[in-house]
Ligand binder design. Structure first.
Ligand code: BDP
Length: 325
């Protein structure tokens, strides 16, 4: 029997559909507490575009910004359960759950953000990434992201540790951070980042602590804070990671592609971070925020016992960090 051309093309199209439905388009769900234009969120959105292009639309990423999928602890839980595929969170809550990677919350551990980058780009970064992936957190670590350094965001000016006494300050969920702020004489309370604005406004807290981009993007000036007191007490990086349950379902090729694009996203975020920080500082200054050079020695001195207590749990890690150029 002679097969007519139209029948033939129908057969070809049918085969194409069959093979396409064997590999249906997959949308990975991503979550971040920050808005869509924030460096961390934007870097994952860019990664999604590249993934879509590289797979002719077979794989895509849908970002849920602004904490739409919950606060960071909730997002981590959902990622473990496979309800979120890609999560971007601060290392503070991660260290709270997994103390062996909690070194970033020991105050005054890094000289500056470049020192932290060198540590993360070297063997220590690789070791910590492996610890996260091999832990029971239920995620595959994909990469690190910059988050600058954290300083005090206050309603009254703080120049030294004595002036910080009794200040009610919001902290991330991390026990080392709590100890550190108690040692500085403050009155810390743990809240998720989404609750900080209202708590500042209603006077539940007098202060927050964060980097300039979050001070800016969360609009803390409108909630009554006018000072950025530059303690630079912690440099806590961000991480982004894939749900382990979901990772196991991907082909080796797709895993390799995601790892490659994650490296690029890490580099992308570093550039976005630098630009955004410059803009945030300008914006904060134009809103009347005063940047104060504090007497840092007093804050460092007040937290010596905290470094000794927690440093001991990390063996020679603090020394290896200090020795990193
Ligand atoms: C920001 C981090 C974000 C945290 C937030 C916080 O980028 O992941 O949720 O701090 O203080 O710098 O909770």
């Amino acid at each position: 029997m002679k097969i007519r051309k139209s029948v033939l093309s129908a057969l070809v199209v049918g085969t194409l559909f069959a093979s396409a439905s064997a590999y249906p388009a997959t949308t990975f769900i991503a979550g971040d507490v920050h808005p869509a234009d924030y460096p961390t969120t934007a870097a994952i959105i860019n990664m999604g575009k590249k993934l879509e292009a590289a797979t002719q639309g077979r794989l895509t990423i849908k970002m849920f910004p602004n904490g739409q999928l919950g606060d960071e602890n909730a997002e981590l839980e959902k990622t473990r359960a496979g309800a979120i595929d890609i999560v971007r969170v601060s290392m503070s809550p991660v260290g709270g759950i997994l103390p062996e990677v909690g070194v970033f919350n020991i105050p005054f551990t890094f000289r500056d953000p470049t020192h932290l980058q060198h540590v993360l780009d070297g063997p220590i970064g690789t070791e910590l990434s492996g610890k996260i992936t091999n832990s029971n957190l239920g995620v595959v670590h994909l990469g690190w992201m910059d988050a600058g350094s954290r300083s005090l965001i206050t309603k009254k000016a703080i120049h030294n540790v004595a002036e910080f006494k009794g200040v009610k300050i919001r902290l991330q969920n991390n026990p080392i951070g709590l100890d550190a702020f108690k040692a500085m004489g403050a009155n810390p309370v743990v809240l998720s980042v989404g609750d900080v604005f209202a708590s500042l406004q209603t006077g539940v807290i007098d202060a927050a602590e964060n980097n300039e981009p979050t001070f800016d993007s969360e609009n803390y000036v409108v909630a009554g804070t006018k000072f950025y007191d530059k303690t630079e007490h912690m440099m806590v990086p961000e991480m982004f990671a894939f749900s382990k349950i979901k990772w196991a379902k991907l082909s080796k090729e797709d895993q390799a592609l995601i790892l490659k694009l994650s490296k690029e996203a890490q580099a992308d975020e570093r550039k976005l971070w630098a630009d955004y920080t410059t803009k945030s500082i300008k914006r904060l200054q134009s809103q009347g925020v005063q940047f104060i050079e504090v007497d840092k020695k007093g804050f460092v001195g007040a937290t010596t016992a905290v470094r000794e207590k927690y440093g001991a749990q990390f063996g020679d890690l603090l020394k290896r960090i200090a020795d990193t150029k």
